[in-house]
Design a protein around this ligand. Structure first.
Ligand code: NAD
Length: 330
């Protein structure tokens, strides 16, 4: 039976990947600081451990794994990575995990490892025009990410490439662009724009008002989780190392995103623009390279993924409200 190791299997993308690998017949070990929050893990073996400890990494790679996925990172949405307060932790924690996992994989002769980098590696100066952001893979230099999260990702990309060059460990590097979907962070301060807006819309009655950070004219693209997994597995099983963008090229402004979610909810809500952490002014995934190398691009429009995500977040909002009511009644 083929075996896979998923580091960060308690997180959003990792927990979905575990399900996908199980559906393909893999034996899966998941490692994380925590269990998945919203559903039982489907991993055959799920261990709660800290990958900042080199001995832990050695212990979890105790057998032959055909596929190793490294998703573990100290990360979150704009409210976590762009506020400045978490920079030292973000860079220290994630770099340690990557350093330890690579050394372990080298020692244990792992053949191939997948690394989840981010669109946050791209320089701020190419993302000032909301209508025309630049994210071709080569445009990453001269480097000027707008967050320490992005700097760590860029450093780690090089770390992975150096282990490939010097030790023959095969690496596959994806630069993810805003992945979203059910069973992701939605109310703990680490949620991203689609989840935050779904939560706000679900929690307000028709005709009410929601707050949006900034003027809402900043642009982004968002990739549904199933598409992310498909692109990632194709990259992992290809002969192409990357780094390569895995994202959607359906760019929308945050105001347009709000309109789409209002439409799904069947509500008309006013927007109040408030100050908040924003990140770059515009970002979109340039999918030319992945299409050229893998013949793959996302297949579903943004609205399809938003419908599924809104339904799931609406359920969470209703459950949370019911819990508060029953706690208040006691
Ligand atoms: P997530 O925060 O849901 O998952 C990361 C997991 O890593 C968490 O469950 C966390 O507990 C775990 N972790 C953190 N420190 C650990 C440690 N010391 N030991 C063991 N586990 C630890 O994030 P996600 O959205 O699933 O993202 C997965 C990966 O993809 C991350 O590396 C992230 O930087 C990258 N990425 C994600 C997106 C996105 O839009 N979700 C975009 C770009 C890049």
């Amino acid at each position: 039976m083929r075996k896979a190791l998923v580091c960060g299997a308690g997180g959003f993308i990792g927990s979905h990947l575990v399900k996908r690998l199980k559906s393909e017949g893999f034996w899966v070990r998941g490692v994380d600081l925590k269990s998945p929050e919203f559903a039982e893990t489907q991993a055959d073996d799920f261990v709660i451990l800290d990958l900042r400890d080199p001995q832990v990494c050695q212990n979890v790679v105790d057998r032959h794994f055909e596929e190793v996925y490294q998703f573990a990172a100290d990360m979150g949405g704009a409210g976590y990575v762009f506020v400045g307060d978490n920079d030292a932790d973000i860079i220290h924690n994630s770099a340690l995990i990557n350093l330890n996992m690579l050394k372990t994989c080298q020692k244990k002769k792992v053949r191939r490892i997948f690394y989840s980098s981010s669109a946050c590696v791209y320089p701020e100066y190419n993302q000032k025009d909301p209508d025309n952001p630049k994210t071709g893979e080569d445009s990453v230099y001269p480097a000027q990410p707008d967050s320490y999260y992005g700097w760590e990702k860029l450093f780690s990309e090089h770390l992975y490439l150096a282990f490939q060059r010097n030790y023959g460990l095969e690496v596959r590097i994806a630069r993810y662009h805003n992945i979203f979907g059910p069973e992701g962070a939605w109310n703990d301060g680490r949620e991203k724009a689609p989840a935050a807006i779904c939560r706000k819309v679900a929690g307000v009655i028709d005709g009410g008002e929601i707050e949006i950070w900034g003027d809402g004219k900043q642009t982004r693209s968002f990739l549904y989780i199933d598409e992310c997994l498909e692109g990632s597995l194709r990259l992992m099983r290809s002969n192409w190392t990357g780094p390569v963008n895995i994202g959607s090229d359906e760019m929308v402004s945050i105001n347009q995103l709000v309109d789409m979610i209002n439409g799904i909810a069947g509500k008309k809500l006013a927007i109040r623009h408030v100050n908040g952490p924003l990140g770059v002014r515009g970002r979109n995934s340039d999918n030319n390279l992945i299409y050229e190398k893998l013949g793959w691009k996302p297949t579903q429009p943004l609205i399809a993924g938003l419908r599924k995500t809104y339904t799931w977040i609406q359920e969470q909002v209703i459950k949370a409200a019911a819990k508060m009511t029953s706690a208040g009644g006691r």
